[in-house]
Design a protein around this ligand. Structure first.
Ligand code: CIR
Length: 282
């Protein structure tokens, strides 16, 4: 397993945000260093894409690429100011795939679709069985259809399927629900979170086999499973519902790792946003 991460832009104070204070670059750098350290202890290799000072949101690498099975999609992010981010990610991923002689194949939205087709990786929740794609202010129906078409081979087996779900009142689908492993899903205590749970039932039936864990605070909703560990926003490791989620996901109490995220949260970034986990890259 490898993780791809990207450095923090010196221009991060100009990252897209919906209000409130601007992130402080020096604090963000330190928080990101600790986050990358926590991941590095749990994966075989960490691949670094250098930051660019003219791309304020570049540390949120999750939005630029999606890995499902043995395919990686390089996205066209919904926000125009973020589209340039994908280019450097593409170069790095392609060179690492060939260096490791990995079985991954890469599809590029920029090469294979027009400007109207957009998708942010933060809208793609893949559980190993199902892929739920948020239709949001960043990901449109055409982006979903692109993903469905190009990843059709990954969903060819009977038990796997891909579905679109409207994102209500939040930035991305993974602001409302994330996958902790072992069929355990954390969801947000909000209208949007409830809508996600209802849609999963409607789309794949009430006997879907997932346990849905309602998180009492918004920061707790976005969790990142890396190997045996669960990375969560600092402080949320103490929540009883988080401990239950982790236990049912097969994560030991000491492997629930709280990481600081305050500066990234100011720019609407959660825990999953700052890395791309590639299970099949060694
Ligand atoms: C943005 O608005 O695009 C960034 N400031 C935050 C992106 C967060 N990404 C994510 O949740 N996957």
């Amino acid at each position: 397993m490898a993780a791809v991460v990207r450095g923090v832009s010196a221009g991060m104070a100009r990252a897209i945000r919906r209000g409130g204070d601007a992130p402080v670059y020096s604090i963000a750098v330190e928080q990101h260093r600790k986050y990358v350290d926590a991941i590095a202890q749990r994966v075989r290799s960490v691949i670094h894409v250098p930051a660019r000072d003219d791309l304020p949101d570049c540390c949120f690498i999750e939005d630029t690429a999606v890995a499902v099975g043995k395919k990686i999609l390089l996205t066209r992010p919904g926000a125009r100011s973020r589209r340039e981010e994908t280019k450097d990610v593409e170069l790095t991923i392609k060179s690492e795939i060939s260096r490791f002689k990995s079985a991954y194949s890469v599809v590029s939205m920029a090469e294979e679709s027009n400007e109207d087709v957009t998708l942010d990786g933060g809208d793609v929740l893949f559980t190993g069985r199902h892929c739920f794609v948020g239709i949001s202010s960043r990901t449109n129906e055409a982006g979903f259809e692109f993903l469905r078409k190009h990843f059709a081979s990954e969903f060819a087996e009977g038990a796997k399927s891909i579905h679109a779900i409207q994102v209500k009142d939040d930035l991305h689908l993974k602001s409302l629900a994330t996958f902790a492993g072992n069929d355990q899903i954390a969801f947000d205590d909000s209208v949007g979170g409830d809508h996600f749970v209802q849609e999963v039932e409607r789309l794949i039936g009430a006997t879907h086999g997932y346990s849905m864990h309602r998180m009492s605070v918004h920061e707790a909703t976005n969790v990142l499973r890396v190997g045996d560990a669960l990375l969560v926003s600092k402080g949320c490791e103490l929540l009883p519902e988080m401990q239950k989620l982790a236990e049912m996901a097969g994560v030991k109490r000491q492997d629930i790792v709280g990481v600081e995220n305050s500066e990234f949260a100011k720019a609407d970034g959660a825990i999953t946003c700052r890395s791309l986990i590639l299970p099949h890259l060694f």
